[in-house]
Design a protein around this ligand. Structure first.
Ligand SMILES: [Zn+2]
Length: 329
């Protein structure tokens, strides 16, 4: 597999970071997700998957790292509070010269990232096994006494390793999706990204609009016009629940897709979203002079959900909005 093809596949898979997929998705990827441009992610035959004739491993699978499946390789996955994760991943038992072991050494030496997946529900369970995609990682070190590779994933370091010098929109998409495997952080330091703020906003918007299919989460209205030579014309906007000027993160769990009117009303506290994910309008609305301003008819209605459950608004973000933005009178 060419390096470009690998990078493209990783970027395409970034939308699945932190999500669970089926064995069929891993084995017959082209049928389920042709955009990735590869036939499969992993064949699930053994831990390390190296495509035939490839020098490098493409994907490694840990059955034990998530603590869900007991087997002979005791891998250790450690999420880091500052972001990212590391994993101690066991080499295949026996000869280190085995082709699959060598394919990981090659990745380590040439700094070629590997995709990483873990078992979240073992196969043999009714409904079949489920596998969580942790995203790409680089192999930093091999410890010969414990025979483990040390992997580092889900950081901007990885993003920089997958072949791009500056943070392109695709890389930012990958970074934002990668956040989903970590606990939600209600505040973030923005300084490191300030220079690419525009690209970052675009990436955040693209994920949110994707997740909500360009619908307003409140009124479910949609406007989408495909255009020949430019981006489609879309009314829906990606709202931050905790606003950017309050250091709200560009994390899908801090986002909502809203039409222009309802984005404005949300930012101004004319309604909020309850813990049960339903709309609660502000009494202030009733004091306002209004004409044909639809909002109160949605009071008590549920908001629509994102495609992937993992992207739904986080409680911490909603609590912030309820306390600091919502007009209580
Ligand atoms: Zn709306």
């Amino acid at each position: 597999m060419k390096r470009d093809q690998r990078v493209q596949a990783f970027i395409a898979f970034s939308r699945f970071t932190g999500m669970e997929v089926s064995a069929q998705f891993l084995r017959q990827t082209r049928e389920h997700f042709p955009q990735a441009g590869i036939s499969r992610i992993h064949n699930l035959a053994e831990g390390i998957y190296k495509p035939a004739n490839d020098k490098y491993a493409f994907c490694i699978w840990s059955r034990s790292a998530a603590g869900k499946d007991q087997e002979i390789y005791p891998d250790i996955l450690k999420p880091h509070p500052q972001g990212g994760w590391t994993m101690l991943y066991s080499a295949k038992k026996g000869n280190l010269g085995y082709a699959v072991n060598q394919s990981l050494f090659a990745c380590m030496e040439d700094k070629v990232p590997v995709l990483t997946i873990v078992t979240s529900i073992p196969s043999g369970t009714s409904g079949g096994g489920r596998y969580k995609i942790l995203g790409p990682a680089v192999i930093e070190h091999f410890d010969s006494s414990s025979r483990t590779f040390q992997l580092r994933g889900a950081t901007d370091f990885v993003a920089s390793q997958i072949g791009k010098e500056e943070l392109s929109e695709d890389t930012l998409l990958l970074m934002i999706r990668n956040r989903l495997i970590l606990p939600f952080q209600a505040r973030e330091a923005r300084t490191e990204y300030e220079t690419v703020q525009k690209a970052r906003e675009k990436a955040f918007r693209s994920i949110i609009l994707d997740e909500y299919k360009c619908l307003c989460a409140v009124c479910q209205s949609k406007f989408y016009l495909r255009q020949q030579k430019s981006e489609p014309l879309i009314e829906a906007e990606a709202a931050h629940i905790i606003p950017v000027d309050h250091r709200g993160p560009d994390d899908p769990r801090n986002g909502l897709s809203l039409c222009k009117r309802h984005h404005w009303a949300f930012d101004n506290g004319l309604f909020t979203i309850t813990d049960a994910r339903s709309i609660k309008i502000s009494p202030a609305l009733l004091h306002a002079e209004r004409k044909r301003f639809d909002l109160e008819e949605y009071d008590g209605e549920p908001i629509i959900s994102p495609i992937n459950e993992i992207c739904k608004p986080d409680d911490q973000a909603l609590h912030w909005h309820q306390q600091h933005k919502y007009r209580k009178y």
